[in-house]
Design a protein around this ligand. Sequence first.
Ligand SMILES: [Zn+2]
Length: 174
Amino acid sequence: MSNKKSIKTPLKDIVEYWGSRIDETELSIDFSDAEARCWRCTYESKLHRCHIIPDSLGGEDTPSNLVLLCRRCHTEAPNINDRDFFWEWLKAHKSPFYDTYWTIRGMKEYNVIYKETFEEIAMRLKIEPEEFEAFLKEQKNFVTIHFGEGRLNPSTIAGIIRSFVKQKELIQEL
Ligand SMILES: [Zn+2]
């Protein structure tokens, strides 16, 4: 993200350009929300104009070489001279519902640490997804958002899942 030159292409030109060229069923967002929601994670955010081919590799400041991503997705975007790969990356992260992407990432992070998927936990402890969503909301006072991050990151969400699982296990042992 070391863009030395500031990007001049306006946000709306990028939306207009891709609006007629992209099949929105392949992306996470409805294109009517393309100026408000990140094209990868779908969360409402301040959107960055992200180069498809990086500026430092000769990528141009034109709508055809830009997409709109939130700060975190921008940081995770590939910096490689391969337009097809960029789109394959973006489309592979399609999420079925708005505002679920980072929770799902937290579940994957939990799986990396404890080798159990959220589906397996739900089966083992007989929990409903709504129950976890409620628990997640209650955690606001026990966890924090790193400065400049804007929202809980996947490892923090994984930690919340851990406290949830522990609490559930404790109740079921009684
Ligand atoms: Zn995002």
